[in-house]
Design a protein around this ligand. Structure first.
Ligand code: FAD
Length: 311
């Protein structure tokens, strides 16, 4: 059995594994795809002290750092269930899709999240070539340019307000007849001179010249008319879904958005089980935050272990 078993191999899981291994305790990492969302990222310019890197390069560095230590890395392993210990301080079981199961004194959940796609022609083709999902990450790449934000919930409206301060013009596109964001955000958005709000609009296509985005078409749902907007960037803000479906009946509390509830130490509601990164209720889904939270959860797991009664 492990003393620390990390589920997920993104920035949070990698940091948790390095911190655990450095305590000299038996550490394992099971990940469906080591590297996580970082593998799908191109330029990364907000990982402090590294002015510029690329996702696949950072993912390789994460794996190399973990493998420098005596960590059992189990890649391409999907967790499908978590079973609480039979007695306090006992072994926690993680069931894998391949039928095997892993046991550990503590478990760190860091299964991350995924952005919901609009699923229109051009989205996949122009991902990282004008189609973006994270305004904190990619906003500055569109300085002085025209962008659209798809989605009028809190995250879409926050993104539009944020981007309006950087880009030349923002078109906010909402499918419903009204925005769903908090009233205070809607008022702020409406006060900005370089923002156009379009409601009852269904995005139907993202256009490009073969190498980068140059426009977007939406259908006015009230009049069934198509409109084209010329622009250089599209931010899709229709939801970030945590990869926590497998925890639903485990006894670990999830928020109403499916995020793992953690306290300031990274503890979940199940003793011995900790969590970090995009899968949790911790706000602001960023690499540097996921890494910090992973380190924190790992230190909390160590703190829990040293308090267990000796057998
Ligand atoms: P993830 O990176 O999502 O990793 C989750 C890990 O868990 C993966 O290994 C996955 O395979 C595994 N997993 C999931 N489910 C299971 C399961 N059931 N069993 C086993 N393993 C499982 N942030 C920045 O700071 N700067 C940027 O420039 C930036 N750009 C981005 C660009 C894009 C296109 C995207 C999608 C995200 C970007 N982000 C950026 C956000 C950043 O990637 C995330 O905040 C960060 O990766 C979160 O780390 P994490 O470890 O919590 O989760």
């Amino acid at each position: 059995a492990f003393e620390v078993l990390v589920i997920g191999g993104g920035p949070a899981g990698a940091a948790a594994a390095v911190y655990a291994a450095r305590k000299g305790i038996r550490t394992g990492v099971a990940a469906e795809r080591f590297g996580g969302q970082v593998l799908d990222t191109m330029a990364i310019e907000n990982f402090i002290s590294v002015q510029h890197t690329e996702g696949p390069k950072l993912a390789t560095a994460l794996e190399q750092h973990v493998k420098q230590y005596d960590v059992d890395v189990m890649n391409l392993q999907k967790a499908v269930g978590l079973v609480a210990p039979k007695a306090p301080g006992g072994l926690i079981e993680v069931k894998l899709e391949n039928g095997a199961s892993l046991k550990s004194r503590t478990v760190i959940l860091s299964t991350g999240a995924r952005w919901r796609n609009v699923n229109v022609p051009g989205e996949a083709e122009y991902k990282n070539k004008g189609v973006a999902y994270c305004p904190h990450c990619d906003g500055p790449l569109f300085k002085g340019k025209r962008v659209a934000v798809i989605g009028g919930g809190n995250s879409g409206v926050e993104a539009a307000i944020d981007l309006a301060g950087i880009v030349a013009h923002v078109t906010l596109i909402e499918y419903d007849s009204q925005l769903r964001a908090d009233a205070v955000l809607q008022r702020k958005l409406a006060s900005l001179p370089n923002v156009t709000i379009v409601t009852s609009a269904m995005t139907t296509e993202i256009h490009g010249d073969g190498s980068k985005v140059n426009g977007l078409t939406y259908k006015d749902r009230n009049h069934d008319v198509a409109h084209r907007v010329d622009l250089e960037g599209v931010f899709v803000q229709i939801g970030l879904v945590p990869n926590t479906e497998w925890l639903k009946d485990s006894g670990v509390a999830l928020s109403n958005r499916g995020e793992i509830e953690v306290d300031y130490r990274g503890e979940t509601t199940m003793p011995g089980v900790f969590a970090a990164g995009d899968a949790t209720t911790t706000p602001y889904k960023q690499i540097i935050i996921a890494m910090g939270e992973g380190a924190k959860a790992s230190l909390s797991a160590f703190d829990y272990l040293i308090r267990l009664p000796t057998e």
